[in-house]
Write a protein that binds this ligand. Structure first.
Ligand SMILES: Nc1ncnc2c1ncn2[C@@H]1O[C@H](COP(=O)(O)OP(=O)(O)O)[C@@H](O)[C@H]1O
Ligand SMILES: [Mg+2]
Length: 491
């Protein structure tokens, strides 16, 4: 499906500022659809004549007219004169007779979208009259607010460029609770949900006729931390969003000021109880920080262990004992590296490429000890690897790279170690190859501690398969196949 931006570019020649205006409108017009109990379609005049639908919103409060998507289609003949007149007269057009769509009647209105004095598009408002009874007070209040807002659209006063429609979670919608204010900031109407919100904050009785600013100030009297945007929001003067907290309850409040030719005529306030949401956010935040901190400490402890092993290795007389301790040190350092990565980006998965690049260099440096020239390359990408398997995989790779340098390249006087990652979905194939001397057949089957560690980890931790073979062109290649999965999540 095409996006609003694509469609505008394909069909019209609007300057970027107008395009931005339409984006802004569509970003915020669900509010109007909900208040109006109506479907909204944004019609853009095309260069070739006629109108194309570039966006559509259905009411979440009532029945829709368009069961199918209309976006991308041209306006039907019957609708065109009304749309054309809305643009030409720069005024809202109302049809006298409802139009019939099969079995149900639809009331239609065409609202010019005005920006910088010009009508650049038309919003068609279509109300399904199928279920119309005598409207309730709630419905009357909603529809009046919708009328006000569409009036603003037709005068270039809505959307509001500095309104707060950011991604912050918990933005209230019409169904969550609605309050209408007059130009003095007094409550004209509060929906049952809005009243419940304020009751939870400690406001008793009806709000109608009271100044919302006074009511909320009284609530907050003994609370020092007040968002400076709060007074402007509760008076309905700024199109912003804020939270009110009292008695352990948190209400998210959004104001939509209503204006007519620059004069304030009132405001619509949406409110929603977000106590639970905010509490969970705070909890998550602290849990994340804790896990990160623990990974950090594990890394520090492992580095200490590695340092102790190095100290001990230096004191060894026997070269064998010394090499063994150095190897143990190298293995512990590899695990520390994984925890360092985990402590930086807290995720269920590790960005493995960076980790491989670091441990590849580290392993090659340690193994060759500068005695032969060693080049290391990584080809392809591992992508994200579930945290659970990351340690085992890192250890296996270090062993293989160490062997490639220690046994393959050392005997051939240097060369290249290449780690190739081929990832397709959950399957990961890793190839570690070197262009060294190759596995010496005289030695019989490979049997060192390194091989044992690798085979145990591959079989039991990674549940994969591994195979050593001579590399075409000389040297050794090791192929490791495995499925990446998060067993904790599956459990
Ligand atoms: N890439 C390689 N090139 C040549 N020989 C290798 C390679 N990998 C392993 N080997 C052989 O396999 C043996 C076992 O390796 P490993 O189990 O890691 O023990 P260690 O490295 O302690 O000798 C090595 O001693 C070496 O002979
Ligand atoms: Mg080894």
């Amino acid at each position: 499906m095409s996006t609003l931006g694509d469609l505008i570019v394909r069909h019209g020649a609007l300057p970027p500022r107008d395009v931005e205006w339409l984006h802004l409108l569509v970003g915020d017009w669900q509010l109007i659809a909900d208040l109006a109990f109506a479907d909204l379609v944004l019609w853009l005049p095309t260069a070739a004549g006629g109108f194309v639908a570039v966006a559509q919103a259905r009411p979440s409060t009532g029945a829709t007219v368009h069961y199918d998507d209309v976006v991308g289609s041209m306006a039907p003949e019957g609708l065109r004169p009304q749309l054309e007149r809305a643009i030409a007269d720069v005024a809202i057009q109302r049809s006298r007779e409802p139009r019939w769509f099969g079995t149900y009647a639809v009331r239609e209105e065409a609202v010019p979208v005005v920006h910088e004095g010009r009508a650049i598009a038309v919003v068609a408002r279509q109300t399904n009259l199928g279920g119309v009874r005598t409207p309730s007070r709630l419905e009357l209040n909603y529809v009046e607010a919708a009328d006000d807002l569409l009036g603003m659209v037709s005068r270039g006063e809505f959307p509001s460029p500095d309104s707060a429609t950011g991604p912050r979670r918990g933005a209230p919608r019409v169904g969550d609770g609605l309050i209408r204010l007059n130009s003095e900031g007094e409550v004209l109407y509060a929906s049952p949900n809005a009243l419940s919100c304020f009751h939870r904050l400690g406001v008793l009785g009806s709000l109608v006729g009271q100044s919302l600013a006074q009511v909320t100030t009284a609530l907050l009297e003994d609370h020092s931390a007040v968002d400076e945007s709060l007074p402007l929001v509760v008076m309905g003067r700024a199109p912003w969003r804020t939270d009110i907290e009292a008695r352990g309850v948190c209400i998210s409040l959004r104001a939509v000021p209503l204006v007519e030719r620059g004069q304030r005529i009132g405001a619509v306030l949406l409110c929603r109880d977000v106590s639970e949401l905010r509490r969970r956010e705070r909890e998550l935040l602290s849990k994340e920080a804790t896990i990160r901190e623990i990974h950090h400490r594990v890394k520090n402890n492992l580095q200490t262990v590695a340092a102790l092993l190095r100290l001990q290795a230096r004191r060894m007389q026997s070269p064998e004992a010394r090499a063994a301790l150095e190897e143990a040190m190298r293995r512990v350092s590899t695990i520390a590296l994984v925890h360092e990565t985990l402590s930086q980006a807290l995720d269920e998965a590790v960005d493995f490429d960076e980790l491989v690049d670091r441990s590849l260099r580290l392993a090659a440096d340690v193994a060759s000890a500068g005695q032969v020239p060693v080049r290391t390359v990584r080809t392809g990408t591992f992508g994200m690897v579930p945290a659970e398997g990351a340690t085992a995989l890192a250890l296996v790779l270090t062993e293989l790279v160490t062997n490639a340098v220690e046994h393959g390249l050392a005997r051939s006087g240097g060369g290249t170690v290449e780690v190739i990652a081929e990832r397709s979905g959950a399957h990961l194939r890793t190839v570690v190859s070197d262009d060294g001397a190759g596995v010496d057949p005289e030695h019989g089957p490979m049997s060192g501690l390194g091989t044992q560690i690798v085979e145990t980890l591959v079989r039991h931790e990674l549940r994969g398969s591994i195979e050593w073979s001579p590399r075409p062109g000389g040297g050794t290649q090791v192929i490791l196949d495995m499925e990446l999965r998060d067993r904790r999540r599956e459990a």
